[in-house]
Design a protein around this ligand. Structure first.
Ligand SMILES: [Zn+2]
Length: 112
């Protein structure tokens, strides 16, 4: 591995860097919140495609979760592909919902 302070190659078992004397810290467990939110947003965006009455709300929540998850994941250097997918699917399902609502509204207007 490489020293975080001076960047020189050091033994994987080293506790202190032999080059600069700085203690070698093990990789801290990464915050998986961003990745989790990406997954939640992605799953919710898929659910929102057939949630019927809750369509619109689920889409908006999916978009928000995906966007937040993507930002956190990006900062942490985690993969945020699912967040992007959740964001896109969430927006698509929201647009579909608006089209359906507009169609229903105009149909109702035509009948009345
Ligand atoms: Zn060093």
């Amino acid at each position: 591995m490489f020293c975080r302070n001076c960047g020189k190659a050091i033994d994987d078992r080293a506790v202190i860097c032999p080059h600069c004397g700085v203690p070698v810290r093990q990789e801290a467990p990464r915050n998986k919140l961003g990745f989790g939110l990406c997954i939640a947003g992605f799953v919710l965006s898929l659910l929102s495609l057939w949630l019927g009455v809750y369509y619109c709300v689920a889409s908006i929540v999916a978009i928000v979760l995906s966007a937040i998850g993507m930002n956190i994941a990006k900062k942490n250097g985690d993969s945020h592909g699912l967040g992007t997918a959740g964001l896109v699917i969430g927006i698509v399902s929201l647009v579909l919902w608006i089209i359906v609502l507009a169609a229903v509204a105009s149909a109702v207007n035509a009948i009345l």
